[in-house]
Design a protein around this ligand. Structure first.
Ligand code: EA1
Length: 221
């Protein structure tokens, strides 16, 4: 058994899994694109999400101005949005969710910057089609909050290491606690939120490469 999630973080860190990624791992972190990606990636592979995001950018619905993007989404017909996000599946459902979410963000927060500053996990979870993984992805990667995302890869990896957890939030607390308690040893990172962002990214990249741990990986701690 691992000492804590910090041991897992250090073992993953040595593998240099994010060498081709941006700082926060999630492409275009801290933008509205993350909100869109968090919905689109539900029940599908990231590679399919990238195709939908490209369609949205090519048609200028998703642009550099986050609040303009929000307005574009809230003015689009659900049918034309569905056509653009066809590659990532469940397009009618996701189109409706994205349309309603964009409208709700504009109504509640007025613009993207105010959303980033003031949105809560509870508000996100009360929106149709946003579960804990989507909410936490938005909080960490779009809003730079100190929240660690838990996904299927994370659950499988911890199970393979002999951990049994009752639910999502128990896994999340365990992951966050080990990092928080050792954050003083992670001075090269400018913030706790950045460590969580990269930690989750490392877990996803490790899992996608179908790598496995052996005793050697943890031997140094
Ligand atoms: N997988 C590879 C992902 C990625 N960037 N790169 C991913 N899955 C969910 N993601 C979000 C962002």
């Amino acid at each position: 058994m691992l000492e804590s999630s910090y041991s897992l973080f250090l073992a993953l860190k040595k593998m240099d899994l994010l060498k081709n990624s941006s700082l926060y791992w999630w492409p275009n972190a801290l933008s509205f694109e993350v909100v869109v990606g968090a919905i689109l990636t539900q029940n599908t592979k990231w590679e399919n999400v990238e195709k939908s995001l490209k369609n949205l950018k090519d048609s200028h619905i998703l642009c550099k101005d986050n609040t303009q993007s929000l307005k574009n989404f809230s003015k689009l017909s659900v049918q034309s949005l569905a056509n653009l996000i066809y590659p990532s599946g469940f397009y009618n459902q996701k189109s409706s969710r994205l349309y309603r979410l964009s409208l709700a963000i504009l109504e509640e927060f007025g613009n993207f910057e105010n959303f980033v500053e003031n949105v809560s996990r509870e508000w996100l979870l009360s929106q149709k089609g946003i579960g804990m993984e989507s909410a936490d992805s938005i909080l960490n990667y779009a809003c730079d909050r100190e929240v660690m995302v838990v996904d299927k890869y994370t659950q499988k990896l911890l199970a393979s290491l002999g951990y049994e957890f009752d639910d999502y939030e128990e896994i999340q607390s365990w992951l966050e606690r080990g990092i928080e308690e050792n954050f003083s040893q992670l001075q090269e990172y400018k913030s706790l939120s950045l460590v969580y962002a990269r930690f989750h990214g490392k877990i996803v990249e490790f899992s996608k490469k179908k790598l496995v741990f052996n005793a050697k990986h943890f031997g140094d701690f």
